[in-house]
Design a protein around this ligand. Structure first.
Ligand code: SF4
Length: 421
């Protein structure tokens, strides 16, 4: 297929595909799927070999958020039966982080619900970061605390944070349909604040919210322009009790096409398979390892993932290897450019000029803010997206939605049960 030959050539040169080429990847047929995976797999291996980086989530503060992100089980008005707790003590957070590191995680992602941290919250998280680093000198720590205010990124950096996550989640054009309490521009601003402070930026998306192919391409191209070092790709976990509970729009094949498209657009960036992989890729998860070079180990923020041991077995069985602490994740040209600066433009993924964990509910938090709208109003706002979605049966295949795969997390941080790492 000429399209795939072109995309592989561009990916190996770190050259940006055209929008039409990215759209064409999403439009390929099931008959072409293995060719698409093989092509994007060549680009993945060029920049990341057969290594898989493991990341481990610690939910520092769960639920009770004043924001109205429609996809999120922690949102204002959510009736999802999730764990709700305020800030974990540093010792408990360290114990949770240690479990992830013992399971093979190279990065620990410290996530807290809410619009954004107060300065006191930043001090509290800074102490937790220092305690984790004292126990695990080599572990990377990423903070995901929502929208940042002036000076906060610098404080986190000084405490030893390596990275900051804040997701764009969806295209600028559809952002107001998904969330009303903060804006797309707010999110871009926080990612740029993190980059300016010298933190490695992590920013990604959530697919499956009823968006069009053009929306997906828009957000991935926007991410490439923003130039994060890692791009988490979440697949919506439609939690009962949230406005998007009925949004079952994804098939395993669709998920693989989306991941391939992200790899072609961001060839040398850490592409991370995040929340929803068990629910939507199901038995096709190993194929996704040919596209992404990073996954979360074990459970997500408010939902359960497959057992950490199953993650490790899957990586080995598929012929990949867990990336060790002594290996630099990013290719030399990006690692040397410091905190993700590269040179975007014609030469490929690279630097934001001058210069966020991505687990939405069960994936990675996007985080936002403030005086929330009444729930009914937000649900009504979310309706057009639901209406735009493909019919459920057609989108999810003969088996229909696998609602049985959505399990609220009952173990790990904030519980008396050991984490699933
Ligand atoms: S994504 Fe973050 S900011 Fe939005 S509702 Fe969930 S916890 Fe709150």
């Amino acid at each position: 297929m000429d399209l795939l030959t072109t995309l592989v050539d561009k990916g190996l040169r770190r050259e940006l595909p055209t929008r039409d080429e990215a759209l064409a990847v999403l439009a390929t047929s099931d008959d072409e799927l293995l060719d698409v995976v093989a092509a994007a797999g060549r680009v993945r291996r060029q920049w990341f070999g057969r290594r898989v980086k493991l990341n481990y989530l610690v939910n520092l503060k769960s639920g009770l958020c004043p924001e109205d992100c429609s996809y999120c089980s922690q949102r204002l008005g959510s009736t999802a039966d999730i764990l709700k707790y305020s800030w974990l003590k540093a010792d408990d957070a360290v114990a949770a982080a240690n479990a992830g590191v013992a399971g093979g995680a190279k990065r620990v992602c410290l996530v807290a619900s809410g619009r954004g941290p107060t300065d006191r919250d930043v001090d509290r998280v800074s102490r937790t970061i220092e305690a984790i680093k004292a126990d695990n000198e080599d572990v990377e720590v990423c903070a995901c605390l929502g929208l940042l205010s002036a000076g906060q990124a610098e404080k986190l950096k000084a405490a030893g944070a390596d990275a900051y996550n804040h997701n764009l989640n969806t295209s600028e054009g559809t952002y107001g349909v998904i969330t009303t309490t903060h804006t797309y521009a707010d999110r871009v601003d926080t990612v740029q604040q993190a980059q300016a402070a010298g933190l490695s930026a992590c920013s990604g998306l959530i697919a499956g919210m009823g968006e069009s192919d053009a929306d997906l391409v828009d957000v991935v191209f926007a991410l490439r322009a923003l130039d994060p070092d890692s791009v988490p790709v979440n697949f919506l976990i439609p939690f009962e009790g949230t406005p998007l509970a009925k949004e079952w729009n994804l098939t395993p094949q669709r998920c693989l096409r989306i991941l391939a498209m992200v790899r072609f657009v961001c060839p040398d960036v850490e592409v991370r398979l995040a929340g929803g992989r068990e629910v939507h890729l199901r038995s096709m998860q190993p194929l996704a390892l040919h596209l992404v070079n990073s996954i979360f180990l074990g459970d997500y923020l408010t939902s359960e993932g497959q057992a950490g041991k199953a993650d490790l077995d899957m990586i080995t069985d598929a012929g990949f290897e867990v990336e060790g602490a002594d290996t630099t994740t990013l290719p030399a040209h990006r690692a040397a450019a410091d905190a993700g600066c590269g040179s975007h433009g014609a030469s490929g993924c690279g630097g934001h000029e001058g210069g966020a964990c991505g687990t939405h509910e069960g994936g990675i938090c996007g985080h936002a803010e403030s005086a929330a709208e009444p729930v009914a109003a937000v649900a009504a706002v979310a309706e057009p997206v639901a209406a735009a979605a493909a019919p459920v049966a057609a989108a999810t295949g003969p088996a229909g939605p696998r609602t049985d795969l959505v399990a609220v997390r009952r173990r790990g941080a904030g519980t008396d049960l050991p984490p699933n790492a």
